[in-house]
Ligand binder design. Structure first.
Ligand SMILES: [Zn+2]
Ligand SMILES: [Zn+2]
Length: 183
């Protein structure tokens, strides 16, 4: 008997597939293409892309919002086939190391990466507090400035991921312009 089985069916909307209106930025690749790409890269790198790793990546890639390990385990579990959160964590470690997913520290949750940025790229995540959506950007200007700041401080970063919370353009009633530059 488990204590929490609520919020499984209360997602008001989901963002899969094609939107007929076609007015989105359109940069969110399909689950299939993300999983295929990961599989190819694992082959190139001589790494095992196990079924568990594949399934975890597919769950994360299929969701517009960051997912926690427990949510993922819950979604992957079926009657008679319980997936342990610890296994999901292990798979997430692998996927994060390989750059297929990113960890959002402020949420302790994960999003898939559909970009092809380099390993050490500075990333900016825009996290909408209204819809929970998340957008990933590389921002060279921010990265350079951050690099200088860190050098001055004599600080060696282990990750250079910035998380900015706020409200996305869609939630603000769709501001026509693309995202404003981060200052
Ligand atoms: Zn990325
Ligand atoms: Zn939003």
């Amino acid at each position: 008997m488990r204590g929490h089985a609520q919020h499984e069916h209360d997602h008001g909307h989901d963002h899969h597939g094609h939107e007929p209106s076609g007015c989105g930025a359109g940069h969110h690749p399909s689950v299939e293409s993300i999983v295929d790409r990961a599989e190819r890269l694992c082959q190139d790198r001589g790494l095992q892309f196990t079924r568990l790793r594949r399934d975890v990546l597919a769950e994360v890639a299929g969701e517009h919002r960051p997912l926690g390990a427990y949510d993922i385990a819950e979604r992957m579990s079926a009657p008679g086939r319980r997936v342990a959160a610890v296994s999901v964590y292990r798979a997430l470690d692998f996927l994060t190391e390989q750059g297929f997913v990113h960890r959002i520290s402020s949420r302790n949750a994960f999003v898939s990466c559909g970009h092809e940025h380099g390993e050490g790229a500075g990333l900016v995540f825009l996290i909408c507090r209204t819809c929970g959506g998340i957008d990933e950007m590389t921002a060279p200007a921010v990265e350079n400035a951050l690099g200088e700041t860190l050098a001055v401080a004599g600080f060696t970063p282990t990750s250079r991921i910035l998380e900015v919370e706020g409200e996305c353009g869609a939630c603000r009633g769709r501001v026509g312009a693309p995202a404003e530059p981060v200052e």
